[in-house]
Design a protein around this ligand. Sequence first.
Ligand SMILES: Cc1cc2nc3c(=O)[nH]c(=O)nc-3n(C[C@H](O)[C@H](O)[C@H](O)COP(=O)(O)OP(=O)(O)OC[C@H]3O[C@@H](n4cnc5c(N)ncnc54)[C@H](O)[C@@H]3O)c2cc1C
Length: 478
Amino acid sequence: MPPGSTALHHPRGAHCDVLVLGAGLAGLRAAWAAKQHAPHLHVVIATPAAGPSGSSFANKNNALGMQVPSNAQAVAFVEEALSLAAPGLALRPLVEALAEDAEARLADLLDLGLAFRREATGALQRFPGCFSAAPRAVIYTGLAAAHRAFLGQVLGLGVELLPGVEAVGLNVDSGRVCGAQLRDVRGAAVQSLNAGAVIAALGGPAPLFTRRTCGPGGTGLSYGLLAQAGARLVNAPYLQFFWVHPKTLRFTNPAELDWTGAMRDAGPHFTPQLIQARRMHCPTAYGQPDAAIDASLLTQQSPNGICWATGAGGVLLPLVLAAHAGNGGALIDTRGRTTVPGLYACGECASGMHGANRLGGGMVLAALVFGARAGVEAAREALQGHASARAEAHGPCDAARSQASATPQPFLRTLRRNMQRHGLLAGIHGQGAKREAFVSRLRTWADAPSTPQRQRLLSLSALAVLGAARVVTATGGS
Ligand SMILES: Cc1cc2nc3c(=O)[nH]c(=O)nc-3n(C[C@H](O)[C@H](O)[C@H](O)COP(=O)(O)OP(=O)(O)OC[C@H]3O[C@@H](n4cnc5c(N)ncnc54)[C@H](O)[C@@H]3O)c2cc1C
């Protein structure tokens, strides 16, 4: 590619072979795999920010844990992950894929020189992840350095980074995804970039909430984009929430909380075993007996969402629920393919390798495993030429062909406030007439052609998180 030229102003027109949307762990690993598999392909990553973004490279903890079951631990890992899935959907072959590739994906990170926590002997330290007592997870720190290492790897391979744009639509032709509409984040101009295959690595739905712990740079558009393209979404309502401090949003270690404060009106079924189970995981659970503790605590919240619990040393702590990371997304197969031809998904916008609840460290593993698999498969598809030829047939797109205004801030504020009010722990909290009114407004925005495109996508995403039937029906059930 000539210096100064970008995919959008490419001599061949607005076209590339593999288009990756998003530059978190999933997107960078996918681009890496695609380019490594087929070095002569033109692989482009479109992302709002050039620097570290998203939960992968800019989260508040500045550290990430990753499940890495050894061969001997693989069976136990698979059974444990599947046992946590209900009432959501997890498919055994996808969980087995995680176990199969875990060591190889860890080797990638070691080769990149990431800073892992180690024993005095130099061996990697192993930790139990949330919902598990088995010490299988490793932890690395220094996310900005991790970003530099990943970016160096993909740019070194010749992947093109296209920063300053966000996807506001997927191009679909005869039922096949063949590119994306990219909005300049500093303006309203939208250009179309066609591609032989498109990989959605757009992150999760936590940006839809006022209180959130996800890293900056997320748009919250992923479920809307996938649903609008016709991809089947699963597990979308199973968004993880953490109890955090209302001002700092620092998470509270559940092992240090005296959960009996939550049991004011709880009755005799709140046993010490139940409390012990709750201490084993930071995110609120779905369908597990100890979810009753969080639901009970939530009933005690003040109008501004604050609950009180007793922490270490008997100190009373204010707590609020903050959206952390989604367990839902496009249902993929073991090769990272969604239900729509030409469209792949990985990372926090893909699902089926975990259901309603996820082992701590399971998302980093999933982002890397399915990022790599989706990248290889998308490259294969682009190589087949059939898809590339189709994309070329669209020809170069006119510059600034359409406009998609940025979401008006008042709309985003209203959306986030209402999601915070009605979208916590889907099905437990926020039932009632006001929630119904909110859902029906979301439907209006999602359906009305006069609604700006970005606002429509946000509404679709919000409907998916709320488990509102319209998206479920539109995408073939969840
Ligand atoms: C504080 C915190 C701690 C966590 N700790 C762990 C942990 O220890 N272990 C674990 O397994 N998981 C953990 N998670 C979850 C995990 O970090 C994320 O789920 C994972 O990193 C998501 O990776 P991703 O690449 O899918 O998304 P992200 O890292 O969020 O990246 C998404 C990318 O997509 C871009 N994007 C968004 N919208 C658009 C658009 N419309 N067009 C183009 N690009 C777009 C974003 O700018 C970003 O570059 C944690 C999450 C948080 C918030």
